[in-house]
Write a protein that binds this ligand. Structure first.
Ligand code: AMP
Ligand code: MG
Length: 487
């Protein structure tokens, strides 16, 4: 276990130099205080969890202090936003403080979001408010606990610094951890600004540090792109299987590592709705829940375009062709497990699709449906769940098919079925209204609710005593919350 001053830095991205990032110091927040810290994320840095309670912790992650070895940098990138190309973006309010490596030899980027203005702030103030920092913190740690690849969050630091959004709010910082903060948009930036040397340097950097096994392949860059395609297919399959809606899948928000990245107006589905749009500025539904699948491929094509200096167009197209079949395979595999199936049959896809069609417009809670399905035998569970469906006859027909399928699947006890299904079907997910409750309390200075919610969500598959209120459907007020996009 390490103390805060025992972290070891190795700032590989900073060493790429000024063409890639700019040195900027964090702008401190007034009266920094710990809102919440993740012990699991602290363990990634070998940090003693007790240090979260020290004043120096809040000072470090509230922008007042800096390690001598840290080299804070704002990264430059660009990207396609809602389908249109924006030639220059960058860390407008976040800083890569440095890269720390732990005892296992893993490197972690320390990225402080809300750290003040940078050359990339455009019209923004460089700040993040408490509300959005809490949402990013909870989402990263909750997705991780569900087994969905994501950046992590070490802590949220609150303050008394006023920040103006639709109304006056308080500034906060969230410390994000990832093996890299390189986005698709980094490659696009050097491609569209026609800087082939820097682009090659960036590609080498990513290959050497993040895809070293691809070095052994006859065409290392192609192997790397294939791997990126595969990781994205798997990540998005998990989003779809668990009802996660990202909301702003611009290419500058897509990680080169295939992890969920840059949380904005995201939401988990409450009632199942394939057409759900969580981002209220997304008027055309470009990033609606079901569109995430084709958008994943669109984004990979944008990356492919930026990689044409290194890889032939034919090879890129072939690699892109892997996306949909891989997505389908991962998705179906997960959905089979969510249904309690251990074997694969040809018709399983239509079994899943049939269920989702019945759920659509039925007001069925997506998370609780699967959890309850595993509570009892297939026969008993479907009998108890049918009342939730508008088309009961349709559900009965589906249920007959499901029971027959379960019977063919294998001979196991209800205990085994429950255990297996509960291990993949969470009881607790980050519902918008739960986040909203925690935010309201935190804005009033009470951090107990966010800490409790974070705890509960860190073990989403385990029923926790006294936590029933976190496993409920949303109350009416919490159903279609408008989440402000200004963050
Ligand atoms: P996002 O939609 O949060 O992914 O941000 C898109 C771009 O706007 C990125 O380059 C951000 O750094 C920048 N940005 C967002 N909010 C702010 C802010 N409050 N101040 C400065 N830059 C911002
Ligand atoms: Mg972003």
């Amino acid at each position: 276990m390490k103390a805060l001053d025992e972290l070891t830095f190795d700032n590989r991205f900073a060493r790429l130099g000024d063409a890639f990032s700019t040195h900027v110091l964090p702008e401190p927040l007034d009266e920094p205080r710990l809102v919440v810290a993740s012990k699991a994320a602290m363990a990634l840095l070998d940090l003693d969890p007790a240090v979260a309670e020290t004043s120096v912790f809040a000072e470090l992650f509230g922008g007042h202090k800096l390690w001598a070895e840290a080299e804070p940098r704002a990264m430059v990138y660009s990207g396609h936003q809602f389908g249109g190309y924006t030639p220059q973006l960058g860390d407008g309010r976040g800083l890569l403080l440095g890269e720390v490596y732990n005892e296992a030899g893993e490197h972690w980027d320390l990225h402080l979001k809300g750290a003040g203005m940078t050359p990339y702030s455009r019209m923004g103030d460089g700040r993040a408010v408490l509300r959005s920092s809490i949402r990013e913190f909870l989402a990263s740690e909750a997705l991780h606990a569900l087994g969905i690849p994501t950046s992590r969050a070490l802590c949220v630091i609150g303050s008394s610094t006023p920040v103006w959004r639709e109304k006056q709010e308080r500034g906060a910082m969230v410390l994000r951890l990832a093996h890299s903060h390189i986005r698709f948009g980094h490659f696009e930036y050097f491609y569209y600004t026609k800087k082939p040397e820097q682009q090659a340097e960036l590609a080498e950097h990513v290959l050497n540090l993040h895809y070293p096994e691809c070095r052994e392949q006859p065409e290392p860059y192609l192997a790397m792109f294939r791997e990126i395609v595969e990781r994205n297919a798997e990540m998005i399959a998990k989003w779809q299987a668990y009802g996660f809606c990202h909301g702003v899948m611009n290419t500058d928000n897509m990680s080169i590592l295939g992890i969920t990245f840059d949380f904005g107006p995201f939401a988990f589905l409450d009632d199942f709705d394939a057409h759900f749009i969580c981002n209220h500025s997304d008027h055309e539904g470009r990033y609606s829940f079901s569109n995430q699948v084709p958008i994943g491929q669109w984004n990979l094509s944008a990356l492919a375009q930026a990689l044409t200096p290194f890889i032939s167009v034919d090879a890129l197209k072939e690699a892109l062709g892997l996306y949909l079949p891989l997505y389908q395979a991962h998705y179906l595999d997960l959905m089979r497990r969510r249904l309690g199936l251990t074997t694969a049959e040809e018709d399983d896809q239509t079994l899943v699709e049939g269920l989702l069609k019945l759920m659509q417009n039925s007001g069925v809670d997506y998370t609780l449906f699967f959890r309850r399905l595993g509570d009892e035998s297939a026969t008993l569970a479907v009998a108890q769940l049918r009342d939730d469906f508008v088309d009961m006859a349709g559900f009965d027909a589906w249920a007959e098919r499901y029971k027959a399928r379960v019977a063919r699947d294998g001979d196991y006890t209800q205990e085994q079925r429950r255990e297996r299904m509960h291990a993949v079907n969470p009881l607790y997910i980050l519902r918008n209204y739960l986040a909203q409750n925690a935010i309201a309390a935190a804005e009033a200075g009470d951090y107990s609710e966010i800490r409790r919610l974070h705890e509960v969500l860190s073990k989403p598959f385990e029923e926790q005593a006294g936590m029933e209120q976190y496993a409920q459907r949303p109350p009416d007020w919490g159903k279609h919350l408008e989440i402000s996009c200004s963050s």
